[in-house]
Design a protein around this ligand. Structure first.
Ligand SMILES: Cc1cc2nc3c(=O)[nH]c(=O)nc-3n(C[C@H](O)[C@H](O)[C@H](O)COP(=O)(O)OP(=O)(O)OC[C@H]3O[C@@H](n4cnc5c(N)ncnc54)[C@H](O)[C@@H]3O)c2cc1C
Length: 436
């Protein structure tokens, strides 16, 4: 069964709310030389550009081959929330999933993820339009609030600036009495991710990495100890290849795409809200995310534009269901009145795996970091750094997660109907729990 592939999306970069604040796009040539380097990186997203930056900083020769524009993938079109969590799992579940050694390491790295982004941007002089104040997890039910209480206790014991807010406090901050309470994690930030990926790419170039756009790799092969990567009629050979294609992974390496389920996520943004309304919603916080199974994420930009989730899909890009999404926002924020949509875009995340990020050695000298589960703005660059560390001599044991074997999703050939039914079921459960 051949399903629609994320790589079939339009090669044009999407129109997003980030474009104005993201500075000039990079205009990089496609691969126009043959040669030999230490590392070829396939994919110019967060993982690929960060890997290139760290590899170049270590003095190795690295080339990044990106099929479209740098940041064309999820890196330039996500929601821009940077949470202090490495995965979507609760911190105890991270330890249960990865074991004590790696689970604790991953929680520690996740806890510092927003700080990592801010430090990296400061080091390289990037303007990410970061909004501090914290990310609110808004509980749609009392069971969800109980789970947030456990999360809060874990991070309080760790010493993190987190709190549970009751319904009244939540209503006061969010400007919505929809929620039974919430969890605020003041470490969380929101950024312009397109500015971040472009900045990472420029930083990598500044350190000597060569980045090529419009260079889609269709195959690569091993010749003795070297990998030969061909694209645009040229071949680059290298000791290492990093496959950094995440949700956009196609048939480039046998079986890899069958280890993830790509799900299309939509984002919508509104025309600027009236001045008098802006101060009433999402007050002093970076962003909010509901605890529903099909959650709505919310951000208020400095110019008064409200950004929110526009639903999910599994096939070609279609317009979101505007009446449904706008009605949901107007229900959450009655004070806003009529929400007028200005634009929308979509991109792909990986789902269908319990844990989140994984590092695989697919063959000697061929590595990948894949499976973000929607925690990639900070964790993507962190995973890229880990790949770079491994190549530059760090022992496997010292990485934040172990190198694991890729595991094909059971019943992969039926993933699309199963995922479609699962999403309908999740929406139905949400509706029952919330009553709308
Ligand atoms: C709508 C949406 C909202 C999200 N919201 C958040 C959020 O708020 N917070 C968060 O932390 N994460 C979020 N994410 C997830 C986050 O964006 C991703 O985890 C992250 O971008 C993954 O980075 P990456 O480098 O692994 O992959 P990508 O950024 O997707 O980059 C992969 C690149 O590989 C290239 N490529 C693929 N095949 C080839 C080939 N054969 N040859 C050359 N190049 C190739 C693609 O063109 C693409 O540019 C969201 C994602 C989406 C889509």
């Amino acid at each position: 069964m051949a399903y629609y592939q994320p790589s079939e999306d339009s090669p044009s970069p999407p129109e997003t709310v980030y474009i104005e604040g993201a500075g000039k796009p990079l205009k990089l040539p496609s691969l126009d030389f043959d040669g030999e380097v230490d590392v070829v990186v396939i994919g110019g997203g967060f993982v690929g550009c960060s890997a290139a930056l760290h590899i170049a900083e270590a003095g190795q020769k690295v080339v990044v081959l990106e099929g479209n524009k740098i940041g064309w993938g999820s890196a330039g079109r996500n929601a821009g929330h940077v949470t202090a969590h490495a995965t979507k799992l609760e911190p105890e579940a991270v330890i249960a999933t990865y074991g004590k050694k790696y689970g604790e390491r991953l929680n520690e790295v996740g806890a510092k993820a927003p700080e990592f982004v801010l430090n990296l941007s400061e080091e390289h002089g990037l303007d990410l339009s970061s909004v501090k104040g914290g990310i609110v997890s808004a509980a749609h039910s009392s069971a969800a609030l109980e789970r947030l209480r456990m999360r809060c206790q874990f991070w309080k014991d760790y010493g993190a600036p987190v709190d549970i807010l009751d319904a009244a406090e939540t209503a006061d901050i969010l400007g919505s009495d929809t929620y039974v309470g919430s969890y605020i994690d003041r470490r969380g930030i929101a950024i312009n991710p397109l500015a971040f990926i472009r900045g990472l790419a420029r930083a990598a170039i500044g350190k000597g990495a060569v980045l090529c756009e419009h260079t889609k790799v269709t195959s690569f092969s091993q010749d003795g100890n070297k990998w030969c990567v061909s694209a645009e009629g040229h071949t680059v050979s290298a000791d290492h290849v990093l496959l950094c294609t995440n949700a956009y992974t196609d048939d480039i390496w046998p079986g890899l795409k069958r280890t993830i389920i790509p799900v299309r996520g939509y984002q919508i943004w509104s025309k600027p809200l009236p001045e008098e309304v802006r101060g009433q919603i999402l007050r002093g916080v970076s962003a909010a995310l509901e605890t529903r199974r099909m959650p709505t994420g919310l951000r208020l930009h400095g110019d008064g534009r409200l950004q929110f989730s526009g639903g999910a899909g599994l096939g070609p890009e279609l317009a979101p269901n505007f009446p449904e999404r706008v009605a949901a926002i107007e229900r959450i924020f009655p004070a806003v009145g009529k929400v007028e949509v200005e634009g929308w875009w979509s991109g792909w995340v990986t789902r269908g795996i319990a844990d989140g990020w994984r590092l695989h050695r697919l063959a000697p000298g061929l590595l990948t970091a894949i499976g973000c589960n929607g925690r990639g703005v900070a964790m993507g660059p962190i995973m890229g750094r880990e790949l770079a560390k491994l190549i530059c001599g760090t022992a496997e044991d010292d990485l934040i997660i172990p190198i694991s074997r890729p595991t094909e999703i059971t019943g992969y050939v039926f993933y699309k109907p199963v995922a479609a039914i699962t999403m309908q079921y999740m929406k139905w459960r949400d509706r029952i729990e919330v009553g709308v």
